[in-house]
Design a protein around this ligand. Structure first.
Ligand code: GDP
Ligand code: IMO
Ligand code: MG
Length: 431
């Protein structure tokens, strides 16, 4: 009998930026395939390893292992300009992109999507989502209304242009005849499409066949989630969510890997919490401590540079994330950032209009009104020690061990497998 394949999904457990890039870079060392399944260049995944410091937006974080096939999967939305500049910048750092495949089924983000993203945000006024303005929502909207442009069209620029002309004619109906922005005129794209076609055609391929071969061969495949479970279009804090399915089921669908092959689900969680963009966040620290963590942790968006909102670890949010993903393993990142804090809290209860609540509410209005409630068992003594050189759980200060164990208990049936103590690939405690 041949080897059985392994499929590991790496899911952001919170509101994104949990450190997925670092965990995927670490886990990819013995994977034959790494695939991005959803989202686009709204993602910003930081990898720091012996080859340098990299901020990836579209290309999977397995790209640093030259033997690994890296796939931008069918469920993604891809801005050709971003992809080209990411390929260029990796190649300049001597990172090969020879084994990169752009799924022919992936959808393209064009400038008119970006235009619509910022226009829609402006129109939402006070209710804005705080999107990354990368055109993600409008590109997925085009796909859902079956007016999307898929990557395989880049292999035939004439056909691309003909289709684009029909699509733009409809999209331009939003504007008065004399006031149609250039992004909605087909001429704007003619040269660009030829150029994208020239550069990207060789990367475009059938990722299903590639993955199918690897499953037959018994390969190890990793699916790299983007964003986080609480931003999932269906299961997240809608409408303050992204436009793709960021949870494990979305990763399977978006990668094209049949669910029966899944062997592991790794949830990546920060040892505290952050959120960029709008929407409720009950444990947010709008005080000195929040600012202290933001500064020490350099909590500024990888894609947009926006300051991230910082808060205590929220066990209601984490339990909910576990409920919809059923993690087998937890990677807890950034424990090192919490050194030097006197007291830490893990929220296990909200109060909403005077009533206790122990389950995460999915209605943002309720979430925004929820007050975190810290009872005695939610409070933990902090530690002073620098953790960056610690490599085994038993060498962590007792208080840090207690804190990790309390978080671990939230995830019934899952194992706390990895603890991050610094941004570098090897700044990890393998538990
Ligand atoms: P992603 O979007 O989930 O890949 O995360 P980002 O790259 O947007 O943000 C995570 C940040 O945390 C990056 O700057 C990483 O280099 C950094 N990071 C990841 N793990 C750790 C850790 O354990 N400790 C510290 N100090 N930084 C970490
Ligand atoms: P990674 O993969 C954190 C947030 C935006 C906004 C909402 C919708 O690096 O974890 P969008 O542009 O997707 O329509 O914005 O989602 N958001 C992220 N927040 N990390 C990300 O990706 C994010 N991608 C989108 O801030 O609140
Ligand atoms: Mg990020």
């Amino acid at each position: 009998m041949g080897k059985s394949p392994q499929v590991i999904a790496v899911v952001g457990g919170q509101w994104g930026d949990e450190g997925k890039g670092k965990i995927v870079d670490y886990l990819a060392s013995d994977c034959q395939v790494v695939v991005r399944a959803q989202g686009g260049d709204n993602a910003g995944h930081t990898v720091i390893n012996s080859q340098g410091t990299f901020k990836l937006h579209l290309i999977p974080s397995g790209i640093f292992n030259s033997k690994t096939t890296n796939i931008i999967g069918p469920g993604t939305v891809v801005n050709p300009n971003s992809l080209i500049s990411e390929i260029d910048s990796l190649n300049q750092s001597k990172i090969s992109t020879k084994k990169l495949i752009l799924s022919e089924k992936s959808h393209l983000i064009l400038d008119f999507h970006i235009y619509l993203d910022s226009m829609q945000e402006r129109l939402r006024g006070q209710n804005k989502i705080g999107t990354t303005q990368k055109g993600i929502g409008p590109a997925y909207t085009s796909k859902v209304k079956r007016m999307g442009l898929r990557a395989y069209l880049l292999k035939n620029p004439d056909r691309f242009l003909t289709l684009l002309k029909q699509i733009l004619a409809q999209e331009a109906l939003y504007f008065s005849k004399n006031n149609i922005p250039n992004e909605f005129k087909v001429e704007y794209y003619e040269e660009k499409i030829k150029n994208w076609s020239k550069i990207l055609s060789n990367f475009i391929g059938d990722s299903d066949l590639e993955i199918g071969d690897h499953l037959d061969k018994g390969s190890k495949i990793l699916i790299e989630g983007a964003q986080g479970a609480l931003l999932d279009l269906d299961h997240g804090t809608y409408p303050y969510a992204t436009s793709s399915n960021t949870s494990v089921n979305g990763l399977l669908n978006g990668s094209g890997i049949p669910a029966g092959y899944l062997t592991k689900v790794v949830g990546v969680f920060k040892a505290y919490q952050t959120r960029v963009g709008e929407g409720g966040m009950p444990t947010e620290l709008k005080n000195k401590l929040g600012e202290q963590i933001r500064v020490k942790g350099q909590e500024f968006g990888t894609t947009t540079g926006r300051p991230r909102r910082v808060g205590y670890f929220d066990s209601l949010a984490a339990s909910y994330s576990h409920l919809i993903n059923k993690y087998t393993d937890i990677a807890l990142t950034r424990l090192d950032i919490l050194s030097g804090i006197k007291e830490l809290n893990i929220c296990s209860k909200y109060s909403v209009s005077g009533k206790d609540r122990i389950h995460f509410p999915i209605d943002d209005q309720i979430l925004s009104q929820a007050e975190p409630f810290y009872i005695q068992k939610d409070t933990f003594s902090g530690w002073e020690e620098d953790l960056s050189m610690v490599r085994s759980f038993k060498d962590l200060p007792k208080q840090a061990q207690d804190y990790c164990q309390a978080i671990s208990k939230i995830f019934k049936g899952a194992k706390l497998s990895l603890i991050g103590v610094g941004p570098q690939r090897d700044s990890l405690i393998v538990v």
